[in-house]
Every structure is written in structure tokens, then in C-alpha cells.
Design a protein around this ligand. Structure first.
Ligand code: 2AL
Length: 165
């Protein structure tokens, strides 16, 4: 959707455009209620502010929408197609990488009780695996801050995909 259309859309329609970026109602409403935006930059900086920080309950709820790294999202929803393109650096045919990700995801879930989340766009599988192993050494508090930051990065990147100049 173009920014001009977003600026004048019904409140509910505008919220629905934002929701696939991150399913946090406070974030969607907080942005929509600051319309109109003079530019994409103004929109993104306002979106970053509302996302700083995401609360831990918001992070937990939003995580349910993100498939594991290495698992291709099914279906033709906007959310699923964005996830697939974000994970383009992870080759589903690379058996060694898939195995390492399965083990890493499992270890992460055992340690922190939630899905490992990383902004995958622009990252290779090797980089994601290295980061996963480093993050396994974090304390719960450290990791909570990292996850909230990654969720914000994903949301802002998606926002730039769904609303254009
Ligand atoms: C994802 C995903 O689907 N897209 C992305 O950037 N990260 N999933 C994940 N578990 O980190």
C-alpha cells in the first residue's frame, strides 16, 4: 500500500496492513493513531519508537507467528510469504545446515522455553548458526533483550515492504 493511501485508510484497514509485520496490537494502533506521516522515514521512526521496547508478553505472543529457522512457512498469507523470503539464505536442500539448525533450535527451546528468533533477512545460514550458538550462552535477561530487538528489526523491515512511497 502506498503511504498516501495508508494515511487516509480506515483505522481498521490501516491496522490490518500493519499486523503481518508483527502481531502486537499496541504497536499497530500506536502507529495508525499517529497518521498522517509526511514520509516513509517519519513512519519508520515512529514505528521504531512504539517498538522500543516491546514488552515481554508482546514478544511471547508475537513469536507464535514466526516459524522456526529452517522451517518454511506454509500458505499464501502475507506473513508466510515474508517469512519465506526472509529465510532465503537458508537452503532447505542443505542437509548439514538443516540438521545443525534442528539441533540448535532444539537446544535453544530447551534452554529458554521459546522459539529461537532472529532477523533472517540478509543473513546466511552460517551466520545464523554462529549467532544461535552465541545466544545459547546468554542469561535469560540478556536473551530477552536480544529477542525483543530482533522482533523490532523484523517488524521494521516488513513495514518498509508493506508501505511504500
Ligand atoms: C524468522 C522468520 O520467519 N523471518 C525472520 O526474519 N525470522 N523466524 C525465526 N524463528 O527467527
Amino acid at each position: 500500500m502506498e503511504l498516501a493511501e495508508f494515511n487516509t485508510a480506515d483505522r481498521e484497514a490501516a491496522i490490518a496492513v500493519l499486523r503481518p509485520c508483527v502481531d502486537v496490537t499496541r504497536w499497530c494502533e500506536g502507529i495508525v493513531d499517529q497518521r498522517p506521516f509526511a514520509s516513509i522515514d517519519a513512519l519508520v521512526s515512529s514505528a521504531a519508537e512504539v517498538a522500543s521496547p516491546f514488552r515481554s508478553d508482546e514478544v511471547e505472543a508475537a513469536l507464535a507467528h514466526h516459524p522456526r529457522i529452517g522451517e518454511r512457512a506454509d500458505g499464501d498469507s502475507r506473513e508466510a510469504s515474508m517469512s519465506r523470503s526472509e529465510q532465503a539464505g537458508v537452503d532447505p536442500a542443505d542437509v548439514a545446515v538443516q540438521q545443525a539448525l534442528r539441533e540448535g533450535n532444539h537446544a535453544y527451546e530447551e534452554r529458554f522455553g521459546r522459539v529461537f528468533l532472529i532477523r533472517a533477512a540478509g543473513r546466511s545460514a552460517a551466520e545464523i548458526l554462529t549467532t544461535l550458538r552465541t545466544r545459547l550462552t546468554h542469561t535469560g535477561d540478556e536473551e530477552e533483550r536480544v529477542v525483543a530487538g530482533q522482533l523490532r528489526e523484523i517488524a521494521l523491515l516488513r513495514l518498509k515492504g508493506v508501505i511504500t512511497a
